[in-house]
Structure formats: structure tokens, C-alpha cells
Design a protein around this ligand. Structure first.
Ligand code: PLP
Length: 400
């Protein structure tokens, strides 16, 4: 059996999305910018997809949407695009728990002379809004805050954050990385103070290689990719018509599935989470049960190595992910869990399970059957036997 519980990494392309894309590989391959009639179907298809993304993010106008190649490009376009337009203000703010596609441009900018504030989170992974508010200055050009965290699923109150930013400095631009929010919670940028917002198709059942960036009509950015006049002059390159069509369809389907996501997918996630926490004594939830997207759980298994759990799960056909990233041969614990102050005992043994609308109850039951014996085996070879014994005793006492 294969169980794919790593949907925050990427998702399966929906068959209906593929079907919608196919004609634009086969028959309708014209360059949408050409003058002849043959190009009309592809340029119309882009227009329709843009309207679908407009509705998905809740923009006022489809001209506020440009297509990119991925979430990382959307973030880079927003960050460098805002700063190239406003060259005077040299202070920028983000959070300690952003995705690398925001953190790495910020680190690069820091080296190039920008002053950067990285805002922290509490032990539940929630952003310190007061700290953020206190850091906004006259020369703050940009604030970047993700809508939902990829590792923990924790949701940040971006509407409220936008209000705070603009009340302190109306000239500060606000970018929201909504890659992990899209398709999981409702988004409506209309009447918010969000200036720019990025999404990525492969996180909501479109293929990899397509993203979008919302740019509020009064926000001005300079293009990152310069060349032709495509995407209102903000992103050069012949349009990726089949993928744009695919993301439009995926957005429409995701919008229609939002209720299902927040009822059925959430029910399965909760069943998995409760099942693990109840059956495995060294398991503990790394977040609160509130303020999370409905598909994600991040569980710390104390005194064991996450990679070892993943290897054993992999042997049973179960795909999940650990908080660690294997960088240059060394196992670096997750920057998100570190920012939350997750204790050393659970930092290395944290696993993220992320579900989608394609997962089933049988799959949850299968993981709940396979994981306890795996954990039994792994804890037996842990060098922390005394600590594990203590943990088992205190858990048993709590149950009594
Ligand atoms: N932002 C977040 C929160 C993500 O989780 C990811 C991907 O994991 C990205 C941005 C980057 O998206 P992409 O892979 O489309 O570049």
C-alpha cells in the first residue's frame, strides 16, 4: 500500500486538471501573443484562467494577477520588485519561520546593506504581532509574512497584520506568501491591506512549474524577469498556456472543495493525530490544535531521530516528512521548530503529516496500525533509555 501524507511538499495533479490542459499541448499550441486567429483560443484561455485565480484569491480585478513559474518566483518577484521600485527605504521585516524563498532573498538583501528584522513565534508557532508592530518604521519598505506555515500548518492573521502595518506606515508594502493557505482556507484579499500575495499550483493539485502573484492595483513593482510585454509587462516570457489553464482549473476545484477540506480532510487529520498521540507514549503535538490549516499535523517523537522514523515508514509505503533538511551532509534541525523553542528532545524526531482531499480513512487506519510497532522498534535502539522509561511512567500515571 502507498500512503501519501506529504501534501505540503507537493500534491497529486487532479485528473480534471490534466484533462483541461491537454488541448493546449496538442491542438491549441499557438503563441497567445500572435496576431492570427489561431492564437485566440490560447489567449482567451489565459484570460479565463486569470479570472479563476482572481476569484480564488478574492482580488477585485483579474489585471491584479500575473502568472509565474512557482511560489518561489512569486516571492522573489514581490520582494525584489517592491524594493527596486522604492530604492530609498532600507528597512525590511519578515518572520523567522518563512519558507526559504522569502528568507534567502532577505538574507541576500541583508548582505547588500538592508536592515532586516526577523519576527519570532511562540511555542505554539504563533507570530508575535506586538513585536512586529513595534518594528515598523518610517523607512520600512516591505513586510513579508506567510499566511500558513508549511511545517506546522499554523495560520498567521494576515488581515490583522496588514491593518497594523498600514496604520503605522501607509507606504510600507505587505507581501503574503499564501502557498500553504491556498486551497486549505478561504482567501479574500479584497478590502484587506495585503499588497502582494503568492500562490503555487502544485500545492493544490495543479502540476509543478506554475504559480501566480496578486499585485494590488495601486502597488507598483519592477519586473524581476525583463523582456517581452507579457503579464502586463511584469513577467516576461512566452506564457505557459497549458499550465496556466491547469492552475485556473485547479483553483476552481480547490475553491469548490474548501468545505470538504475543512470537514472531511480535517476529520481524517484529527483522527490520525489523536490516534498517534493516544497510542505512542513519546509523541507530542508541536503546535496547538487551534489556528491551523485543516490538513497538517506536526508531531514530535521524543528521544528518536526523525529520519529513522521516515525510513521505517517508507518501508511500509508511507510518505511523510521530517522537520530536518539534509543540508551539505549535516542534519540541520528545522528553523521553524527551533524558532518555536521545541526542546532538543523532540527537535530531531519531529514528523509532518499533511493530507489532501485524495486521502482516505483506510490510509489513516493503515498508518495507525504501522506506526506504533515502528516506534517500539526505534525507541528500543535510542540511547536515551532512562529518559524514555521516565516518559512512559509519567504518561501511564497521567492515564491512571
Ligand atoms: N512558500 C511556502 C510556504 C512553501 O511551502 C513553498 C514550497 O514548499 C514555497 C513557498 C515555494 O513554492 P514552490 O515550490 O512553488 O516554489
Amino acid at each position: 500500500m502507498k500512503v501519501y501524507f506529504d501534501n505540503n511538499a507537493t500534491t497529486k495533479t487532479d485528473e480534471r486538471v490534466l484533462e483541461e490542459m491537454m488541448p493546449y499541448f496538442k491542438e491549441e499550441y499557438a503563441n497567445p501573443s500572435s496576431m492570427y486567429d489561431f492564437s485566440k483560443n490560447s489567449s482567451n484561455a489565459i484570460r479565463e484562467a486569470r479570472v479563476k485565480i482572481r476569484d480564488f484569491v478574492g482580488a477585485k480585478n483579474e489585471k491584479e494577477v500575473i502568472f509565474t513559474s512557482c511560489g518561489s518566483e512569486s516571492a522573489n518577484t514581490a520582494i525584489y520588485g517592491v524594493l527596486s521600485h522604492n530604492r530609498n527605504a532600507k528597512h525590511i521585516i519578515t518572520t523567522k519561520v518563512e519558507h526559504a524563498c522569502v528568507l534567502n532573498p532577505y538574507k541576500y538583501l541583508e548582505k547588500r546593506g538592508y536592515e532586516v528584522d526577523y519576527i519570532g513565534v511562540n511555542s505554539r508557532g504563533e507570530l508575535d504581532i506586538d513585536e512586529l508592530s513595534s518594528k515598523i518604521r518610517k523607512d520600512t519598505a516591505l513586510v513579508s509574512v506567510m499566511w500558513a506555515n508549511n511545517e506546522t500548518g499554523v495560520i498567521f492573521p494576515v488581515e490583522k497584520i496588514g491593518e497594523i502595518i498600514k496604520s503605522k506606515n501607509p507606504d510600507t508594502k505587505f507581501y503574503v506568501d499564501a502557498v500553504q493557505a491556498a486551497g486549505k482556507i478561504p482567501m479574500n484579499v479584497k478590502n484587506t491591506q495585503i499588497d502582494l500575495l503568492g500562490i503555487s499550483g502544485h500545492k493544490f493539485h495543479a502540476p509543478k512549474g506554475i504559480g501566480a502573484l496578486y499585485i494590488k492595483s495601486d502597488a507598483i513593482i519592477k519586473p524581476l524577469i525583463k523582456g517581452g510585454h507579457q503579464e502586463f509587462g511584469l513577467r516576461a516570457g512566452t506564457e505557459n498556456v497549458p499550465y496556466i489553464v491547469g492552475m485556473g482549473k485547479a483553483a476552481q476545484l480547490a475553491q469548490e472543495s474548501l468545505d470538504f477540506e475543512n470537514s472531511e480532510v480535517k476529520r481524517l487529520r484529527d483522527k490520525l493525530e489523536n490516534g498517534i498521540l493516544n497510542s505512542i507514549y513519546n509523541a507530542k503535538l508541536n503546535t496547538s490544535v487551534y489556528n491551523r490549516v485543516p490538513n497538517t499535523t506536526n508531531i514530535g517523537f521524543e528521544y528518536v531521530e526523525g529520519e529513522l522514523i521516515l525510513l521505517h515508514l517508507g518501508d511500509e509505503g508511507i510518505c511523510a516528512s521530517s522537520g530536518s533538511a539534509c543540508t551539505s551532509g549535516s542534519l540541520e534541525p528545522s528553523h521553524v521548530l527551533r524558532a518555536m523553542g521545541v526542546p532538543f528532545t523532540a527537535l530531531h524526531g519531529s514528523i509532518r503529516f499533511s493530507l489532501s482531499r485524495f486521502n482516505t480513512e483506510d490510509e489513516v487506519d493503515y498508518v495507525l496500525e504501522k506506526l506504533p510497532p515502528i516506534m517500539e522498534k526505534i525507541t528500543q535502539i535510542s540511547p536515551y533509555q532512562d529518559e524514555l522509561e521516565q516518559l512512559k511512567l509519567s504518561k501511564n500515571k497521567a492515564v491512571l
